[in-house]
Every structure is written in structure tokens, then in C-alpha cells.
Write a protein that binds this ligand. Structure first.
Ligand SMILES: Nc1ncnc2c1ncn2[C@@H]1O[C@H](COP(=O)(O)OP(=O)(O)OP(=O)(O)O)[C@@H](O)[C@H]1O
Length: 285
């Protein structure tokens, strides 16, 4: 059901890649302002696809299906152009307002990239350059992955976002950069009421950072929890082992599923999709 007070409202989302069975079917998700929500799930469960849909990169249904800040993520392009909605993904490019996708691997300086983002507040820009320890003289085609990532993150944060979607962007960062960045994100949520959805497989330090967690299996939302109320976490206080146990039990259930003769006939030796969920099994019947 639509909830006007949420930053993110997904109601009855259906989505399939061309020629594929539905990845999302009647998918619903509501995230409150100020949340730092971890998006967890196995490889291929749909995290990146969901983040891209939330970022307005795919048209899915009508204007009411995927709402961000009470606007349609796909139709209301001002969300991205204004910087209110920012998406930082795995590829080496950054969507910068109306300039569209900006590549981050050419022979440009870090300064050229960062100062090329229009309308940035100089104080915020300086803070981010310091925080991410960026040398403005770096040439983008000669930097390490972690250094290139810092510039990408800096550009993505220059405008004070209201909703930030992060797809495993801290993976190249060293421990200090990652922890400083997580602190900065926390501050942004607590001081400005910004909302962050963060898909990751790295759980170090996230027990006390995240406020919420959404767990996806094969495009289905298996659970959403307030981290402070997660019963398993109260027992072990280790998010990694909690998520590990969920993912391991997922595999066990799948392995126990019987394989029908029809599936064997319709499946190539390299296609494991019928093993993944009962919904996908139905597709192959
Ligand atoms: N462009 C595409 N065309 C067809 N199928 C795709 C495409 N991108 C992803 N998929 C499929 O959609 C499903 C979900 O992929 P997605 O990348 O969203 O998963 P994920 O949870 O982000 O995985 P990971 O943890 O590995 O990043 C997978 O089965 C994947 O094979």
C-alpha cells in the first residue's frame, strides 16, 4: 500500500529481463526517511536490478509503482537532475544531472572531473575531497581502482542527496576510507534526514551503522527488519554470520528440491535457473 511518509515506496513491482521469467513479481518495499537500509541477498538475487529500478533507469509499470520522494523514479527526471536522488553503482561512470553518464577512465585530472560538476557547494566539495583523501592532480587513466572509486564517490556526493542508492561501491576502498565514508553517510542521515539503501556483501562495521535490513531471495523480499530488533543479531551480534546462515539455508532448501523430467529436457547443462525457486520452477513446467 502507498505510504506518503516513506522516502521509497515500491508497490506491486513486476519486472523481467527480455526473454526471462519474472525477477520481481508483486514486489513491495517501503523505506522511511533517515534510514540506512542494507540490501542483502545472494549473487543474482536482484539487488542491482532493484537499485537500478529505484534509480529510475527502467520504466516499470505506471507512475505509482516505484515512488522515490513521492515522485515516479522513472518519469520524474528532476529527481536525478536536481541531485535529490543519487545512484552509485559498480561501473566506472557517474550520472551527473543533465550531463548524463560521465566516463571516469579518460585522460582527465581528478580536479577536472570534480570541479566539472555544476552547482556544488564549495564547502561540501572541500569536505569530500579531504574525506576521500583525493589528490586533485591524479590523472584518471593512471590511478588505481580505489583512487578512481574515490573520485566517483566524491562526484556522486557533491549534491546533498535526499536518497542515495549504493551498489557495493566501497569494495575497492581501503579500511580507513571505507570507515570514514560510512561515518559521513551516517551523519548525512542523522543531520539531514537523508535515506540510504546500500547493497553489499561486506558486513564489517555495519552492525552499528545500519538501521534497517532488507533481504532478497530470487527477487522476493524475504524479510525487512529494524536492525535493533533483529532477533538473530541479539544472540550473535555478528551480522556476517546472521546473513551467512540465511544464505546457507537458502542453498539447502534449493538443493532439496526435486528436479522434474520436464526441467531436465528444457534445460541446457549450464542453465541452473530452474533450481533457484519455486516461482522459477513454475516457469519451466
Ligand atoms: N542485463 C541483464 N539481462 C538479463 N538478465 C540479467 C541482466 N542483468 C541481470 N540479470 C539477471 O537478473 C538476476 C538478478 O541480477 P542482479 O544483478 O540484480 O543480482 P544481484 O543480487 O545484484 O547479484 P550480485 O550480488 O552478484 O551483484 C540474475 O539472475 C541475473 O542473471
Amino acid at each position: 500500500m502507498e505510504d506518503d511518509t516513506s522516502s521509497i515506496n515500491v508497490s506491486g513491482l513486476q519486472f523481467a529481463y527480455d526473454g526471462q521469467p519474472s525477477l520481481f513479481y508483486d514486489f513491495n518495499l517501503h523505506i522511511s526517511p533517515g534510514s540506512r537500509c542494507l540490501l542483502v541477498g545472494a549473487n543474482g538475487s536482484g539487488k542491482t536490478t532493484l537499485l537500478k529500478i529505484l534509480a529510475g533507469k527502467n520504466m516499470v509499470g505506471g507512475r505509482d509503482v516505484v515512488r522515490v520522494l513521492n515522485c515516479s523514479a522513472f518519469h520524474d527526471t528532476h529527481l536525478v537532475c536536481s541531485g535529490d536522488l543519487s545512484y552509485l553503482g559498480g561501473s566506472w561512470s557517474k550520472t551527473v544531472g543533465s550531463a548524463g553518464e560521465v566516463p571516469l577512465q579518460g585522460d582527465f585530472s581528478a580536479e577536472h572531473m570534480i570541479f566539472g560538476v555544476e552547482g556544488a557547494d564549495p564547502v561540501r566539495r572541500e569536505k569530500l575531497i579531504q574525506l576521500l583523501d583525493i589528490d586533485l592532480e591524479w590523472r584518471m587513466h593512471k590511478v588505481s581502482d580505489g583512487q578512481r572509486r574515490r573520485v566517483q564517490i566524491c562526484m556522486g556526493l557533491l549534491h546533498p542527496f535526499k536518497v542515495l542508492l549504493l551498489d557495493e561501491v566501497t569494495v575497492d576502498l581501503d579500511v580507513v576510507a571505507r570507515m570514514d565514508l560510512l561515518d559521513f553517510f551516517k551523519e548525512e542521515c542523522e543531520q539531514r534526514g537523508a535515506t540510504i539503501v546500500y547493497a553489499t556483501h561486506i558486513f564489517d562495521g555495519l552492525e552499528t551503522w545500519a538501521t534497517d535490513l532488507a533481504y532478497i531471495q530470487d527477487g522476493e523480499l524475504k524479510r525487512t527488519d529494524k536492525l535493533s530488533e533483529l532477533p538473530e543479531l541479539q544472540k550473535s551480534s555478528n551480522l556476517l554470520s546472521v546473513v551467512e546462515s540465511w544464505l546457507r539455508s537458502e542453498t539447502k532448501i534449493d538443493k532439496k528440491r526435486p528436479i522434474t523430467q520436464a526441467q531436465i529436457q528444457k534445460t541446457s547443462p549450464f542453465d541452473t535457473s530452474p533450481f533457484r525457486s519455486s516461482r522459477h520452477m513454475a516457469y519451466y513446467r
